[in-house]
Design a binder for this molecule. Structure first.
Ligand SMILES: *Cc1c(COP(=O)(O)O)cnc(C)c1O
Length: 534
């Protein structure tokens, strides 16, 4: 590949570059095994909730046959006495998932004060799924259960479960798409408005067309490797400027894998005093990978839309399980109420076909209506099986934990797994390790230039940085060694920074990846020496 081709390639998004490299890596010159550490998709799954889901389907079918039983056709489910029939159906002595379901129903009754027949009927109808989601935004018991789950994993230290309204969505992906769409439709973000983003950040967020269509001005809140990727308060203080309308934040971050620490959270709570109408959208998909995660929502609930996803922790990206949370009292509703008269009139008209009092329609319900272009609001909402799956994952955690996730053995295993891979990678490269509690260890950003300097000196570093396109190393790594990593520049990182995902490969492969990186550096160095001696 020549330099002009490399330049063209650099203009693509990081994931598109990565696609190109996969082809090169599969037939790599050294015939090494092909190692794709570009993917953030976990290579593990949580089994219990999945098995419990199957048992509920079996039970649901049996229940349905009570009302119509005509070959492979059955009828509706009756609620009266359904808890008792479920317990009679289950076999807790021989099946762990059955024991889990019984414990879960009891927990809902005793700890959450829910009606057990209502709960079992919601789950059974939900998995059989012969009705539209009602209420459309979120099933009633599901909303309470997910709220208590988030209370432990996200709102810890603040009692927010009773004040938070939820809208389950098709993953965090849909949550973000819906959020930007509704912010724009409701005049909360307008052409030329300033929006801040913490960088480096998950690339697709830098490429959302809405951000471009509305010509939003990005303000970059940057973090640096020299600070261990910790974001400094002075970056956050940029938000004091009231012309900045919104902040999109991934916390803990991807690709730098750091949680906002206490200083950063303190700075955020100061900022909203100076810029009280600031709307924060916080993506917390990696929250469970740090102990005692404290979310931005828990610190400034009035200003924050929480976006949670089950995808990574439970290895369920194909299920599409996410949720939006908004406090009952929130800045989004406040900002709508303070729009100019003509815009309010237009919004009144916009929502008047679906609710009687459109002026009072809350932003979270507008999100739900907008997600189906308003006209199809009556069939809005996440599919009921997906909602029940979220409930089951949540309860698996709630039954084993009392303390911010740290007692949940499943979460413990997930954290140890990515940490072990992180250690193997860094040891193989002899690279400094960050073992602080604010590091999720889900991804690493490795700075090739820094590794080059450490091993071969400053002159070699300059040669590598000045004489090559920054994707050159990445391409060579794929082509020669069969290792695929992701370019950090597309994430807003510095040239020479490569992202390694610790999620997707068997643990032993991480030492190999580290070794291949060092081997390739050595080859560049040999070439450099040859040129010096000419
Ligand atoms: C993987 C990832 C998600 C997950 O998105 P889903 O649509 O829920 O699968 C969300 N945000 C970030 C930053 C991610 O890296």
């Amino acid at each position: 590949m020549d330099v002009s081709e490399e330049k063209k390639l650099e203009k693509l998004g990081a994931f598109e570059i990565s696609r190109k490299m996969l082809a090169l890596a599969q037939k790599n010159e050294k015939s090494n095994i092909f190692l794709n550490a570009g993917r953030g998709n976990p290579n593990w799954i949580q089994t219990r909730a999945r098995l419990a889901f199957c048992r509920l389907v079996e039970f649901g079918v049996k229940e349905s046959q009570q009302t119509i039983n005509n070959g492979i056709m059955a009828g509706y489910i009756q609620k009266d006495g359904i808890r008792e029939r479920l317990f009679a159906f289950l076999d807790p002595d021989n099946r762990e998932e059955d024991k889990f379901l019984i414990d879960a129903v009891n927990y809902c009754k005793e700890e959450l004060g829910l009606n057990e027949d209502d709960v079992v009927a919601e789950w059974t109808n939900g998995v059989v799924a012969n009705d539209y989601p009602v209420p459309d935004r979120c099933l009633v018991n599901t909303e309470k259960i997910i709220n208590h789950y988030l209370q432990e994993l996200s709102y810890e230290g603040a009692q927010l479960a009773d004040q938070t309204q939820l809208f389950p969505t098709e993953g965090a992906t849909a949550a973000i798409v819906y959020a930007f769409h509704s912010l724009a439709e409701n005049h909360l973000l307008k052409k030329g408005d300033k929006i801040a983003i913490n960088e480096p950040i998950f690339t697709p967020y830098l490429r959302i067309p809405e951000l471009r269509d509305y010509q939003l001005v990005e303000v970059d809140l940057h973090s640096y490797e020299k600070n261990n990727w910790e974001i400094e308060p002075k970056e956050i203080e940029k938000l004091n400027d009231p012309s900045i309308k919104a902040l999109i934040v991934v916390d803990p971050t991807n690709p730098t894998s750091k949680e906002f620490d206490k200083n950063a959270l303190d700075a955020i709570s100061q900022v909203v005093k100076k810029n009280p109408n600031l709307m924060i959208i916080s993506d917390e998909v990696y929250g469970a990978f740090v102990p005692n995660f404290k979310s931005i929502y828990s610190v400034v609930p009035y200003n924050t839309m929480l976006v949670y996803s089950y995808s990574k922790l439970y290895g369920c990206t194909g299920w599409r399980l996410g949720v939006i949370g908004l406090n009952k009292d929130n800045v989004f509703d406040h900002n709508i109420a303070n729009l100019p008269e003509d815009e309010l009139k237009q919004l009144h008209k916009r929502y008047s076909s679906v609710v009687l009092d459109p002026d009072k329609m809350k932003f979270i319900d507008r999100l739900c209506a907008d997600s189906r272009s308003i006209g199809l609001y009556h069939t809005a909402g996440l599919s009921t099986p997906q909602q029940i799956m979220e409930t089951l994952f949540s309860l698996c955690h709630m039954l084993t934990s009392t303390n911010g996730g740290s007692d949940d053995p499943y979460i413990d295993i997930a954290r140890k797994l990515v940490s072990e891979r992180y250690n193997q990678l860094h040891e193989a490269m002899n690279a400094p390790e960050d073992e602080t509690d604010t590091n999720t260890h889900y991804y690493s950003l490795i700075d090739i230039y820094r590794l080059a300097e450490k091993k071969y000196g400053k002159k070699f570093r300059d040669y590598l940085a000045d004489d090559f396109q920054q994707v050159d190393f990445l391409l060579e790594l794929a082509k020669k060694n069969g290792v695929v990593l992701v370019d950090g520049v597309g994430f807003g990182a510095k040239p020479g920074e490569l992202r390694v995902s610790q999620a997707n490969l068997p643990t032993d492969d991480y030492a190999l990846i580290g070794k291949q990186v060092m081997e390739l550096l050595k080859e560049y160095h040999e070439e450099y020496e040859k040129k010096q001696n000419k």
